[in-house]
Design a protein around this ligand. Structure first.
Ligand SMILES: NC(=O)C1=CN([C@@H]2O[C@H](COP(=O)(O)OP(=O)(O)OC[C@H]3O[C@@H](n4cnc5c(N)ncnc54)[C@H](OP(=O)(O)O)[C@@H]3O)[C@@H](O)[C@H]2O)C=CC1
Ligand SMILES: C=C(O[C@H]1[C@H](O)[C@@H](CO)O[C@H](OP(=O)(O)OP(=O)(O)OC[C@H]2O[C@@H](n3ccc(=O)[nH]c3=O)[C@H](O)[C@@H]2O)[C@@H]1NC(C)=O)C(=O)O
Length: 337
């Protein structure tokens, strides 16, 4: 199926207005003075850094390779008054075709280590560490607590920001497990510019929600509390969870996406509503409602951000007309569309 549609308004999907001011040469020079002349790159296409493989150029891009570099970059942008965006694995965002006006800070601060203390393992990781990397290392060393989240693309920072979750182990799968359950503390750069360690009370973990949705704090690193686990059981959970996802969700390597496109509707299922509206497999330009899961929009190779936004609006309209339910996008809309 294909469709042709007029452009949607920003109000339809919650995307930011498209009137930002480009970075000036003086601002670029100032950033280079603070972060290194060869470290701040101009006009880098963001598609390569998102799981959707969509997105225009950033005026400037800086890759932070440690928590200290991340702190320095955020401080520089704040002090110079330059609009900035912190990019994790780009797994939960749609970047506009015209890219981002300002500085994109790509979080590649990936150091981590595990400190054993009796039957407890304290896993400390910088916020750009990739969840899959720390999960595999923990399992390899017989530590349990984060194995449930295998297969979900995310940095540690993104995982805390959203309170990463997945179903409890098979066969019961009786409840949703949250990264909050393994969380010990995290170090942040606060909105006010203070670097400090905070606990779970500060983070206020909810469903798809933490304090970081409401305050401009940045997670620099996090510590998770792990327990000794039976290696065979840990490996079984990895295999079962990867199989569960593989059977239900399109594979990112083949069909790039940003995971669920609409927020959960408790007891109903956003995916079910889009499915029952008859849109499974529906194509709009290079974007498609996945034939495997109707709450996932996939890039069939040539999708633009415009295609995706129009498809989102089409699904919202169809579900509203048929079921009277308003679907809210789960993903963030970044930059100019
Ligand atoms: N359950 C699933 O199957 C899937 C889940 N996901 C979710 O998507 C997210 C992907 O993470 P990732 O690719 O790393 O993030 P992204 O690069 O997609 O960034 C998403 C948001 O995370 C926030 N963020 C990222 N890093 C930090 C940090 N260090 N400190 C504070 N906020 C941060 C930013 O919020 P802000 O702009 O407010 O600063 C940003 O807008 C995870 O939360 C994951 O749970 C994604 C795909 C599938
Ligand atoms: C993929 C993501 O998270 C996933 C997470 O991996 C899994 C496992 O915990 O549970 C949620 O999926 P989900 O498939 O249960 O969510 P929905 O899209 O709301 O679907 C609910 C239900 O609708 C039904 N459904 C789904 C798709 C479809 O095409 N047809 C259909 O009938 C299924 O029975 C499904 O179980 C998360 N999605 C949301 C929106 O909460 C993500 O956040 O990007």
């Amino acid at each position: 199926m294909t469709s042709t549609l007029p452009a949607v308004s920003d109000a339809a999907t919650g995307a930011a207005p498209t009137t930002a001011t480009p970075l000036t040469d003086d601002q670029l020079d100032a950033l280079r003075g603070r972060l290194g002349a060869d470290r701040v790159r101009r006009g880098v296409r963001l598609a390569q850094y998102t799981s959707f493989r969509i997105g225009g150029p950033a005026d400037a891009l800086y890759t932070a390779r440690s928590a200290d570099e991340l702190e320095a970059a955020i401080r520089a942008a704040r002090e110079l008054g330059i609009p900035h965006f912190l990019l994790g694995l780009g797994a939960n965002i749609l970047v506009g075709d015209r890219g981002f006006r300002g500085l994109v800070i790509r979080n590649a601060a990936r150091h981590f280590r595990i400190r054993p203390e009796g039957d407890t393992g304290h896993l400390w990781a910088e916020s750009g560490a990739i969840m899959q990397d720390i999960i595999l290392e923990a399992v390899e060393r017989g530590w349990s607590g984060i194995e449930h989240y295998i297969g979900i693309p995310s940095t540690v920072g993104g995982a805390i920001w959203q309170n990463l979750h997945f179903l409890s182990p098979a066969p019961e799968r009786e409840r949703t497990m949250f990264i909050a359950e393994a969380f010990e503390s995290c170090e942040i750069l606060s909105e006010e510019g203070e670097r400090k360690v905070v606990d779970a009370d500060y983070v206020q973990f909810g469903y798809d929600d933490t304090v970081f949705h409401h305050r401009r704090d940045i997670v620099l690193s996090a510590t998770f509390r792990l327990q000794k686990g039976d290696p065979d059981r840990l490996h079984r959970i990895l295999h079962e969870n990867l199989s569960w996802r593989g059977a239900r969700h399109p594979w990112l390597q083949i069909h790039p996406s940003a995971g669920s496109i609409f927020k959960k509707i408790e007891g109903v299922g956003a995916g079910r509503l889009v499915d029952q509206a008859g849109l499974k497999g529906h194509r709009h330009g290079g974007a498609q409602i996945s034939p495997m899961h109707a709450n996932i929009v996939v890039n069939r190779g040539s999708a633009t951000a415009k295609d995706v936004r129009e498809l989102i609006a089409l699904a919202q309209r169809a579900v509203e007309e048929k079921f009277g339910q308003r679907l809210e996008p789960e993903i963030g809309f970044i930059g100019e569309f």
